[in-house]
Design a protein around this ligand. Structure first.
Ligand code: C2E
Ligand code: CA
Ligand code: CA
Length: 445
């Protein structure tokens, strides 16, 4: 007997679960039933954390086996009247008709999470994994299928952003943040076109004498209506909403145009966003921008974070290697706060490590912070990596860092980020001071 074509169109061939179409039908049906009887229901999405590396590491057959086991477990522990579908390679969606509010959704989420975190038997080995969850409650989070699924997806994205194994239910706060996000997004897109996003520069200095070695470029944006918006807010927003590329392009272009006029021994350090580290075209794009401007690639350093490096380590390693091969250096930003293993430092051709501000701010008051910094410095020396201490605010911190053998630093003690004009003035003042020092030493002789 040939299979029922309808069943095939509604079934995920790998796991035998329903597929996205089936989910859509089910949700539509339930929503229309509940429209008259205004009882809520809940939908959720589960996404396996770090599935791609598992697939790459153990092979596709093992990946498929895990997905089948996940499907089996989810089906086995579904509450009454529940339904589960596979909607993307490593993503499962479910309907919970008898869950009406946040607490209930979180409870089911925790149960699913526990069930999925038990080891997976692959014959010759066991694998452990975690999953992230996003839930949305009808009708608050959406009355139609697409809107409801989007809300669950937004909640899932929040979970992912907080790390692994997190559970989020779409809430009024998230809805409000989304509205505010949209307002900022529109203003920022306009500002990029109108060329209103600026770049400021913070000095990176030699701790021995405070002389400037280079500058880190930091994005600055003040909107007429919104006022000053922190890059800590608008950069992740541009990433999330998919226009970080055009933002980076304007920023790097501006930064490079300024840096080109500095004395050639000064370097420019520029932050690469995490989305760019998983884009194989990044090295080419960055090089194209600075070539157009005419900045020597050997004067450019790109700062990347450990977390970004870990999203897709293979592509990230490729991007880093390509940057290297064209002479661009790479530094590891916010070191000590991410989730990478130290072993990764060997796999990546990194030139520098920037010790996170959280350790520096404690270095004179907390012995364990001092020990951590000492250990990082020792490790970097062994690995032949340069080190920059970030967020130095006092002379005591600078002195402690010098004592520990740290060569370079950055922070308000040496200067905040200032615009291009003020940066030139700073460089000029330093050159003048140096020239007059040389002159007086000549006179003394
Ligand atoms: P980050 O890369 O870690 O940048 C250092 C942050 O610490 C900057 O905040 C800087 O102003 C601040 N800072 C520097 N010295 C001190 C100090 O002594 N004390 C204290 N309390 N803070 C200090 P900012 O400019 O608000 O930037 C926040 C984050 O936004 C940056 O963290 C970076 O992740 C991101 N960002 C900024 N500009 C860009 C950009 O052009 N591209 C990308 N992708 N990200 C950027
Ligand atoms: Ca940085
Ligand atoms: Ca940093």
């Amino acid at each position: 007997m040939s299979p029922n074509p309808n069943a095939v169109a509604y079934t995920d061939p790998l796991t035998g679960l329903g597929n996205r179409r089936r989910l859509m039908d089910k949700i539509r049906k339930l929503a229309s039933e509940r429209a008259d009887d205004p009882a809520p229901f809940t939908i959720g999405i589960a996404n396996i954390d770090g599935f791609k590396p598992i697939n790459d590491l153990f092979g596709h057959a093992a990946g498929d086996e895990i997905l089948c086991q996940v499907a089996h477990r989810l089906r086995a522990c579904l509450p009454d009247g529940g339904f589960v579908a596979r909607i993307e390679s490593d993503e499962f969606a479910f309907i919970l008709p008898l869950v009406f509010e946040k607490k209930g959704a979180e409870k089911i989420g925790r149960m699913f999470k526990d069930v999925l975190s038990a080891p997976y038997d692959l014959g010759d080995r066991n694998v452990r994994l975690s999953a992230s969850f996003g839930f949305a409650v009808y009708p608050f989070a959406g009355e139609q299928f697409a809107e409801l699924l989007k809300s669950a997806d937004t909640a899932l994205y929040r979970s992912k952003r907080r790390g692994r194994g997190q559970i989020t239910v779409y809430s009024e706060e998230i809805a409000e943040e989304m509205r505010r996000g949209t307002q900022i997004e529109q203003a920022l897109r306009r500002a990029i076109i109108a060329d209103e996003v600026a770049v400021h520069f913070q000095p990176i200095v030699d701790l021995a004498d405070g002389s400037i070695e280079g500058f880190e470029a930091l994005a600055r944006w003040t909107d007429k209506e919104l006022g000053f918006v922190s890059p800590g807010l608008f950069i992740p927003l541009a990433e999330e909403r998919g226009f970080i590329d055009s933002l980076t392009e304007t920023l790097l272009k501006k930064a490079a145009e300024t840096a080109k006029h500095w004395p050639p021994e000064l370097f420019l350090s520029f932050n690469l966003s995490s989305a760019q580290l998983i884009d194989p075209a990044t090295a080419f794009n960055m090089l194209a921008i600075i070539n157009r401007v005419g900045l020597d690639p050997r004067r450019l350093e790109l700062e990347i974070t450990e977390t970004a490096m870990m999203t897709d380590p293979e592509v990230a390693a490729k991007v880093v290697n390509e940057l290297h091969s064209v002479g661009i250096r790479v530094s590891l930003d916010d070191f000590g706060t991410g989730q990478s293993s130290l072993g990764r430092l060997r796999d990546f051709t990194i030139n520098k490590v920037k010790i996170d501000r959280s350790f520096i701010s404690e270095i004179t008051i907390d012995k364990s912070a001092e020990h951590i910094v000492r250990a990082i410095l020792m490790m970097c020396e062994g690995l032949n990596l340069k080190v920059i201490a970030e967020g130095i605010e006092t002379e005591e911190q600078a002195a402690k860092l010098r004592e520990l053998g740290c060569k370079s630093g950055q922070g308000w003690h040496y200067g905040k980020a200032v615009d291009a004009t003020a940066t030139f003035a700073l460089i000029e003042a330093e050159e003048l001071a140096r020239a007059s020092a040389t002159r007086s030493s000549l006179l003394i002789r």
